[in-house]
Design a protein around this ligand. Structure first.
Ligand code: PAF
Length: 284
């Protein structure tokens, strides 16, 4: 049975009794608008822990200036169906004042260095908001394991860093990106694509696989890989490239030479008013 809990107090009480029985608590934080990618995270959490907690909270502090919190899709009933189908034990669904008791005067969490580049440059304050809310949720749920999709690779990196730096006893388990059959990474933003944009959108994945194939075939020059990414993306009608980068997977530092490095390619592009992200490891 899936129970819906709105308060911190009840969530803590229920999870404390689970923990007292020595059971492993797994956690999947979300902002709702759940899709098959979230189901994959929750299914994995179900398989690897004894008690599965998911949170649904549209976090206001991670919306950058100009991004519209009110326009974010809210689909609670469908989300709960998805949680029930996967066998989530507890859905934490707090209000904004529950999570931010001091309103906009909240203590904030910064992971400097990782947040002013790539997505952070395009969305000032976004990762500060993500790190802050994830720390709050971790403090409430106190999971043994927490799951994050690799699709939002910079977010995953920020959360790993915060967990290490703040000495949190939580294991972060990344989960591979779930894709449509044509390669498009699942995202709650895909619903905003027009039919024409939707047919162009797999070009992000095509650019990444071309770059990966070139690296597997021996290309080790980061600039040349960036060029392959950008040229492929720009060949798509109406695609506006935001960035096409090749970085170290821990520090997100841009790489010029790929030999001996764990390199990942990250791309962001706009199709009409929808901004899509994707990434792919270039080496094992
Ligand atoms: O990836 C998301 O859905 C959100 O950024 C997260 C991690 C739930 C924090 O609000």
């Amino acid at each position: 049975m899936t129970i819906l809990v709105e308060t911190i107090e009840e969530t803590r009480r229920r999870i404390a009794s689970v923990r007292a029985g020595g059971r492993i608590v797994g956690f999947v934080p979300t902002m709702g608008a759940l899709h098959a990618g979230h189901s994959a995270l929750m299914e994995r959490c179900r398989a690897e822990s004894d008690f599965v907690v998911a949170s649904i909270f549209v976090n206001p502090t991670q919306f950058a200036p100009g991004e519209d919190l009110d326009r974010y899709p809210r689909t609670l009933e469908l989300d709960l169906d998805r949680c029930r189908n996967v066998g989530v034990d507890l859905v934490f669904y707090p209000s904004i004042p529950e999570i931010y008791p001091n309103g906009s005067d909240s203590t904030l969490v910064e992971t400097p260095g990782l947040t002013r580049i790539l997505e952070g440059a395009a969305r000032p304050g976004h990762f500060r908001g993500v790190a802050t809310v994830v720390l709050k949720l971790f403090n409430i749920v106190q999971p043994d394991i927490a799951y994050f999709g690799q699709k939002d690779f910079q977010q995953l990196t920020v959360i790993r860093r915060m967990t290490t730096d703040l000495l949190l006893p939580i294991e972060i388990r990344p989960h591979p990106t779930v894709r449509e059959p044509d390669g498009l990474a699942l995202s709650s933003r895909n619903r905003y694509l027009s039919a024409r944009e939707r047919s162009t959108a797999p070009i992000l994945h095509r650019a990444l696989t071309r770059a990966r194939d070139a690296v597997v075939a021996g290309l080790a020059n980061g600039d040349r890989v960036r060029q392959i990414l950008r040229e492929t993306l720009e060949s798509g009608t109406g695609v506006v490239v935001d960035y096409a980068e090749v970085v170290d997977d821990r520090t997100l530092e841009p790489l010029t030479e790929l030999t001996g490095r764990r390199a990942i390619a990250l791309v962001a592009a706009r199709l009409g008013s929808t901004r899509l992200l994707d990434n792919l490891y270039l080496s094992e």
